[in-house]
Write a protein that binds this ligand. Structure first.
Ligand code: PLP
Length: 360
């Protein structure tokens, strides 16, 4: 089937087949990849290679620590303020969808979180021009969710923080490694792996090293970036299998030519899907403003909402699954991450055209 799930999501077939072999006997060592000590030489090779390939992919300099952590991106909503703020510090959030809103609400527990801008009144279909967003002077950080998985809103460019010392923080869970990113613009980037780069269970955090070591005293040791960075993500038992799969995905992305090439493919896939929606004469509608439409998550509705159930059932019969929109917004959502082949999107568009002919 073509799996349009928002995450956990489709992974490259090549990666799954390799994992299948390594699940039984990892590189002839006689143990499954799942059975090896995280302190043994085999796993040491796995995690070091995964980190070094990720550094190559995103051009991450030695000024940044790369960590493979647990607890999902949701845990990072708390870890970020705990690591870089005192309770009396002010921070800004630009909220462009449900995930940014969750991050903002969690941030309020650990510092003075200010809502610099929210797209809620416009049902999260747009991003305000950066010039007119009022940031707090001397805020510790400015937080964005680079791609809103539910609402399909993606930053195409990034706001400049108010002050030189204000850092930009981004939740990149759903567009991580989908295009090149200038990491040097950010203080912290975090991403749950289970959309573009692996299975659930590991969260990747990229943090500027000079920010480490200033955590609040109440910070749980597992959330302390300095502890995690100093122990190369091996402070406790890491999510070994998930890290191993991420490593295979990074290798595959490099083999495909890196993120410049990946972005080209993602632009092509998203382009044909948005065109199909926009050229349907209103039968299909994508509510998101064109300039901020996500390359990864494409939400759309039908002009006849009573047909949505039929749409999902018929698509599923033809091998296109997980197209139901998030329960909070309804409609449909096609998640077309890196591993979704062009053929999957072409098939979906063909199906949409036929469905319209039958039911319009
Ligand atoms: N941020 C974004 C943009 C997401 O899409 C998600 C999950 O879908 C999360 C955060 C939460 O991630 P997790 O379930 O790994 O905690």
């Amino acid at each position: 089937v073509f799996n349009f799930a928002a995450g956990p999501a489709t992974l490259p077939e090549k990666v799954i087949l390799q994992a299948q072999a390594d699940l039984f006997d990892y590189k002839g060592c006689g143990m499954s990849i799942m059975e090896m000590s995280h302190r043994g030489k085999e796993f040491d090779g796995v995690i070091k290679k995964a980190e070094s390939d990720l550094r190559k992919l995103l051009g991450i300099s030695d000024d940044y620590a790369v960590m493979f952590l647990q607890g999902g991106a949701t845990t990072q909503f708390a870890a970020v303020p705990l690591n870089v703020c005192n309770p009396e510090d002010t921070v800004d959030y630009i909220v462009t969808g449900s995930w940014g809103d969750k991050a903002y609400k969690e941030g309020q527990k650990y510092c003075k979180a200010n809502l610099a801008w929210s797209g809620k009144s416009e049902k999260y279909t747009n991003i305000q021009s950066f010039d007119s967003i009022k940031q707090t002077p001397n805020a510790k950080y400015l937080h964005i969710c680079a791609n809103e998985t539910i609402h399909g809103v993606e930053f195409k460019d990034y706001p400049t923080p108010a002050d030189e010392d204000t850092i930009l923080v981004a939740d990149m869970s759903s567009n991580f490694c989908s295009k090149p990113v200038d990491v040097s613009k950010f203080g912290i980037i975090y991403a749950g792996a289970q959309k573009n780069v692996g299975p659930s269970g590991v969260t990747i955090v990229i943090a500027r090293k000079d920010l480490l070591g200033a955590s609040q005293p109440i910070t749980p040791v597992m959330l302390d970036y300095k502890t995690q960075a100093d122990s190369n993500s091996l402070y406790n038992t890491p999510p070994c299998f998930a890290i191993y799969i991420c490593g295979l995905v990074f290798e595959d992305l490099l083999e495909q030519g890196g993120l410049v090439e990946i972005e080209k493919k993602n632009i092509e896939k998203a382009g044909i899907l948005y065109d199909a929606i926009d050229n349907s004469g209103g039968f299909y509608v994508c509510p998101v403003e064109k300039s901020v439409r996500s390359l990864m998550n494409v939400p759309f509705t039908l002009s006849k909402p009573e047909l949505e159930k039929t749409f999902i059932e018929e698509a599923s019969k033809e091998g296109m699954v997980q197209l139901k929109g998030h329960r909070s917004v309804g409609g449909m959502r096609a998640s077309i991450y890196n591993a979704m082949p062009l053929a999957g999107v072409q098939k979906l568009v063909g199906f949409m055209n036929n469905f319209q002919k039958t039911y319009a």
